[in-house]
Design a protein around this ligand. Structure first.
Ligand code: SF4
Ligand code: SF4
Length: 141
C-alpha cells in the first residue's frame, strides 16, 4: 500500500476541509440516509484515486468493516466509520438534483488539485471504482 508523505497527508486533509466549506456554502445538508453508500442497486457508483485511498487507510489503518449486504463495508449501522477521511466522491454525492452540476464541478476540481499535487510530488496517480472489501482493504483496478 502506498505510503503518503506528511506533506501529502496535509494536502489531502486541507483539500477535504476546503471542499466541505464549499458544500456548506452551497447550503447542502447530508441527511445520512445511506442511499449513496449502497452499491448493490447500481444507482450509485463511486470512484476514488490512489492518493485518497492511501489517505483513508493512513487515518484508519485498523478499520473494522461491516458486512451488510450491498453496502459499502465502511458503513457500520447507520454511520460511516471513516467519515472524516471519506473520499471526494462520498463528499459530493449527487443526490440533490438542484445542485448536481456544482457538486460534479467541485468533485472534478478537487480531484484535479489532488492529481497535480500527487504527480508533482512524484507519487503515482490512478483512479478506479471505490469498492472497499469486507476485510477493510481497498484495491483500485
Ligand atoms: S449524500 Fe444524499 S444519498 Fe448520501 S447519505 Fe447523504 S442524503 Fe443520503
Ligand atoms: S466511505 Fe463512508 S460515506 Fe463513503 S460510501 Fe463508504 S460508508 Fe458511505
Amino acid at each position: 500500500m502506498m505510503k503518503l508523505s506528511s506533506s501529502l497527508v496535509r494536502a489531502v486533509a486541507e483539500a477535504y476541509s476546503r471542499l466541505d466549506a464549499e458544500i456548506v456554502r452551497l447550503g447542502l445538508l447530508c441527511k445520512g440516509c445511506g442511499r449513496c453508500c449502497c452499491f448493490s442497486e447500481g444507482e450509485y457508483v463511486l470512484y476514488a484515486s490512489s492518493i485518497e485511498i492511501a489517505y483513508l487507510l493512513e487515518c484508519f489503518p485498523h478499520v473494522s468493516p461491516g458486512t451488510e449486504e450491498g453496502m459499502c463495508s465502511f458503513r457500520i449501522g447507520d454511520q460511516c466509520s471513516v467519515y472524516y477521511a471519506r473520499p471526494l466522491g462520498c463528499r459530493t454525492q449527487f443526490c440533490d438534483p438542484n445542485h448536481r452540476r456544482e457538486l460534479e464541478d467541485l468533485c472534478q476540481s478537487f480531484s484535479d488539485q489532488l492529481r497535480k499535487k500527487a504527480t508533482s510530488s512524484g507519487v503515482s496517480w490512478s483512479c478506479g471504482q471505490f469498492l472497499p472489501r469486507n476485510d477493510g482493504t481497498v484495491t483500485l483496478p
